[in-house]
Ligand binder design. Structure first.
Ligand SMILES: Cc1cc2nc3c(=O)[nH]c(=O)nc-3n(C[C@H](O)[C@H](O)[C@H](O)COP(=O)(O)OP(=O)(O)OC[C@H]3O[C@@H](n4cnc5c(N)ncnc54)[C@H](O)[C@@H]3O)c2cc1C
Length: 511
């Protein structure tokens, strides 16, 4: 008997989300976290893109909204490659964000995971690993001394400098850019006057403009959302390796502003101080036997606003597959799809994150022209939507078997408004249980009958919709369409294809 079905190393956002997903799928996770409590240092400012949709389909979004500083996800202007991408003109923007500082996010996730029954042990650091055919064993340094725990699987959710990755010998190739970004908010000090247009007047120096100022040493930005505060940002090339867990100081910020802008800017009391470096890295393999990697431990993207959602979606992709394996019904190769699918999603994120590096960098006229041209192209709806889908991660289409049969196969299931004999509902509502769903949209008893053999693991619904993109949809717990019947597809092609999809994703029937 193992101590847990799955050992999760690291109770950051990725590990906590995985704990929730595993509990919902009916297995026992044990999360080991080296920190005794959640640290109040600012990292990500909120959630954005596809993860918000996923949480809505899970019926969990309200929890996150309740902890947010805004009541609903907001769409608007997002920083992108040193410019802003503006979705405010679009009625149904492809990208939304929910402000929720990372410490609060972690609290919501931890409370939820504990509510669902997860065992989360803080102050427990994993220092060694061993795996064989039957189990994985972790050596732990805990408050009561050394300990050893075993699980059927172990997932490294232990962040950018992952110990699990090192212990498992998984390479993490890529680039670290010699570019350091600093972001801060400080009170307006004596000697600085904020002018009506947002510029500031600095005693002994003169005026500094609101917005971005590019210099030969980098970039400086001044902004404010609050009359008593100055928002400050610098970006400069520095070949120094900072530890992301070491908070930035006001002195460090002042030194950076002096280097970039050539001004000794007086600074008041800080309300936010963050520094980050950009890397483009990805593990060579997301799985090594019984050890899997997720979140920052598996990938780092050189742009803000990407990493958090990518890590949470790793957990959503992985949770039900691990549970299927542990519960003994996973078809061969199911767990291997985790590497293939999340690698594909990471490639799409890497595409726009790397492009942002190229667009953001450079202060010569050619670089300025590239930014201006890009901004011009984004004034048109089609490229704006395309970029929004890429930023949100909603355009990812996994290459599932039968991919050519129907355009929805491999995509995130659309949220159709549905009518059933029990009243109105929606695809999102049917997914609240985080279980596989066969949704019959065209009164197809032939297809429902086939799915009945899998009814211990697949929920079967019949409904009608004003807009019917398919006769039936088979949806995985992570809300991706595993298979779809075309409109009026005859039984002799639809029935065997559905049977193949059911056994391909959900194993052989129990009885
Ligand atoms: C300054 C800053 C600003 C950022 N801003 C954004 C942003 O705006 N948007 C965005 O999407 N992302 C942002 N990020 C990135 C975001 O914070 C990360 O993507 C996110 O924290 C990744 O979550 P994770 O759970 O994968 O890893 P982490 O949050 O790093 O969590 C890993 C956990 O593992 C624990 N751990 C490590 N080693 C061990 C061990 N051996 N044993 C037990 N526990 C261990 C750590 O203590 C930690 O709690 C920012 C990061 C920084 C540093």
């Amino acid at each position: 008997m193992t101590d847990a079905d799955v050992i999760i190393v690291g109770a950051g956002p990725t590990g906590l989300m995985l704990a929730c997903e595993l509990c919902r799928a009916g297995v026992r996770p044990l999360a080991l976290e080296r920190l005794p409590e959640i640290r109040d240092i600012p990292k990500a400012g909120g959630l954005s893109g596809q993860i918000l949709e996923l949480l809505r389909y899970r019926g969990e979004l309200e929890r996150f909204e309740a902890a947010s500083t805004a009541r609903r996800p907001a769409s608007g202007r997002f920083p992108w490659g040193g410019m802003h991408v503006d979705f405010t003109q679009l009625e149904d923007p492809p990208m939304e964000a929910l402000p929720l500082p990372q410490p609060q996010l972690e609290r919501v996730l931890e409370d939820f995971a504990r509510e669902l029954g997860a065992d989360i042990r803080r102050g427990h650091e994993v220092v060694g690993l061993k795996q064989d055919d039957a189990a994985v064993t972790a050596d732990v340094r805990g408050p009561d001394g050394p300990d050893r725990v075993t699980g059927q699987y172990l997932v490294g959710c232990d962040g950018a400098s992952s110990r699990v990755r090192d212990l498992a010998g998984i390479p993490f190739p890529g680039i670290t850019y010699p570019e350091v970004q600093r972001l801060a908010q400080v009170t307006v000090p004596e000697g600085v006057t904020v002018l009506e247009n947002g510029d500031i007047d600095v005693a002994g120096h003169g005026r500094i403009s609101f917005g971005f100022t590019r210099t030969e040493r980098g970039e400086f930005a001044l902004g404010s959302t609050n009359p008593g505060l100055m928002g400050l940002y610098t970006s400069e090339e520095e070949a120094v390796a900072y530890d992301d867990d070491e908070p930035m100081t006001v002195t460090e910020l002042g030194d950076s502003i002096r280097r970039v802008l050539g001004v000794d800017l007086p600074l008041g009391e800080p309300t936010r101080l963050t520094r980050f470096t950009f890397h483009a890295r990805e593990v060579e393999r997301y799985r090594d036997g019984r050890i899997l990697m997720a979140g920052d431990a598996a990938h780092l993207f050189p742009a803000p606003g990407v990493a958090l959602g990518a890590g949470l979606l790793d957990s959503v992709n992985l949770g039900w597959k691990l549970a299927a394996d542990i519960q003994g019904w996973a078809p061969p190769g199911l767990l291997a799809t985790y590497h293939d699918e999340r690698r594909l999603a990471a490639a799409r994120n890497m595409l726009h994150a790397q492009a942002q590096v190229a667009i953001r960098r450079g202060h010569d006229p050619a670089a300025v022209a590239l930014r201006d041209l890009f901004q011009e192209l984004l004034a048109d709806e089609q490229p704006l939507r395309r970029l929004g889908g890429l930023m949100a991660g909603s355009e990812v289409r996994y290459p599932f078997p039968g991919h050519d049969h129907h355009a929805l196969i491999g995509t995130f299931a659309p949220d159709l408004a549905l009518r059933t004999n029990r009243g109105a509902t929606s695809v999102a509502e049917l997914m609240h249980k985080a279980r596989p769903v066969l949704l019959d949209l065209a009164d197809r008893p032939d297809l429902r009958e086939i799915a009945r053999d899998w009814q211990d693991r697949v929920d079967i619904y019949a409904a009608s919709a004003d807009h019917r993109p398919a006769d039936a949809l088979l949806i995985r717990p992570d809300v991706h369409v595993a298979w779809a019947a075309t409109i009026d597809e005859p039984t002799d092609t639809a029935a065997p294809a559905l049977r193949d999809a059911l056994s391909g994703w959900f194993g052989t029937p129990a009885g």
